[in-house]
Design a protein around this ligand. Structure first.
Ligand code: PEP
Ligand code: MN
Length: 375
């Protein structure tokens, strides 16, 4: 059960104190208080875990400091969508809104290689009015002899260039909680010219200690990729690990599954799960067409598979697109062959615009037909 308290509740107030005392005397129930400090107000929620079935929602509601009571099922207690759940399906970070109702595109380099390439990428993004990008400094590689990313050495120039080109959010994979500390240090050193969304890659979806550490992270939101060889339920539980430790600003990323049935794509595309994740949880959903398709193959209609699957995800309501671009793919140190080219940026955005407009029309159409009796 979740008790959503009045905004800016007075923790010294009599009613709040009575509520806390009441909860303390409930048998077999543990409580955890979660505070969300927004720019305007502080929102407080109390999670009651344990034998909550016998608790009366009305009784909880009778405390004036309690605004709403949500009964949650066992699954995805914090990030899930539950019966009569009015909790928000969005969050804001560094001036960018991430919600189940909007769309952000994160085009960028799979891996940071040179300052020149990073700058070319950011300049092009600014020219197209984009505020987000993807850039890998810590690369999890299959082969230990492959380029592992420049790590903390590249962070200062990456962040400074982001500030120069008005990039508000960089999605950056971390594979160890030390990386989060290094990102904090580099942002402090450069005067916070940009923001970072910590990316947890598919190889770490069930790295529970990493999830717990990043869950305790108060500053950065998280993009959690679905595990490529586990069930959707297992991956959604991984997201819940982040939230259970306190970080609920989580975007859930679909990036394809490892199975030969996906051949000749690098992975079996799973973007049909966009609406499923929307239905089960309150998380915005990201799609990664680059790592799922893994090539620039096009078909006779002249459209690359990367564009086709992006459109398929967007027309199903995806909220974020993470996509590899490179100013000189032949020189890219990671995933050059799947990267889109700088002169394809405008085409990519326009194609996404078509799919997004079609999605919005489909939602309006569904609204018109809602409640009709087809029996
Ligand atoms: C990436 O986005 O750079 C990446 C390695 O993705 P994934 O974890 O989905 O393989
Ligand atoms: Mn890659």
């Amino acid at each position: 059960m979740i008790l959503i308290l009045q905004a800016d509740v007075d923790k010294a107030g009599e009613d709040y104190q009575q509520l806390i005392a009441f909860i303390a005397h409930l048998g077999n129930i543990q409580s955890r208080i979660h505070e969300e400090r927004g720019t305007q107000q502080v929102l407080t929620e109390i999670y009651l875990v344990g034998d909550t079935a016998a608790l009366s929602a009305e009784e909880m509601q009778s405390f004036t400091c309690v605004e709403r009571v949500v009964r949650v099922s066992e699954e995805y207690r914090i990030l899930g969508r539950h019966h009569d759940d009015q909790r928000p399906t969005f969050f804001d970070y560094n001036g960018v809104r991430f919600g189940q109702d909007n769309l952000n595109i994160f085009a960028g380099l799979c891996a940071v290689d040179t300052p020149t390439h990073v700058e070319a990428m950011m300049r092009a993004l600014q020219q197209h009015g984009q505020a987000c990008t993807r850039l890998g400094a810590y690369k999890p590689r299959t082969n230990p002899y492959s380029f592992q990313g420049h790590g903390k050495r590249c962070l200062p120039y990456v962040f400074e260039l982001a500030g120069k080109y008005d990039i508000n959010v960089i999605a950056m994979e971390v594979t160890h909680d030390n990386h989060v500390r290094e990102i904090h240090e580099a942002l402090d050193q450069t005067g916070h010219p940009t923001g970072v969304m910590l990316q947890i890659g598919t190889r770490n979806t069930q790295n529970f200690e990493l999830l717990k550490a990043i869950g305790r992270e108060p500053e950065f939101p998280v993009l959690l990729k679905r595990g490529f060889g586990i069930t959707l339920e297992e991956s959604l539980n991984a997201a819940e690990y982040l939230a259970s430790e306190g970080n609920r600003r989580v975007v859930f990323g679909l990036r394809g599954m490892k199975t030969n049935m996906g051949d000749p794509h690098r992975n079996f595309i799973d973007f049909a799960h966009v609406p499923v994740v929307h239905r089960l949880t309150r998380m915005p959903v990201c799609i990664d067409p680059s790592h799922s398709v893994g090539s620039r193959e096009a078909t006779h209609d002249g459209i690359m598979d990367v564009f086709h699957v992006t459109a398929q995800g967007v027309i199903a309501g995806a909220n974020m697109v993470l996509v590899d671009f490179h100013p000189n793919p032949g020189k890219a140190l990671v995933d050059g062959p799947q990267a889109l080219h700088m002169d394809e940026l405008g085409y990519f955005f326009e194609d996404i615009g078509i799919a997004r407009a079609a999605y919005e029309k489909r939602v309006a159409l569904a609204g018109r037909f809602a409640g009709m009796d087809y029996s």
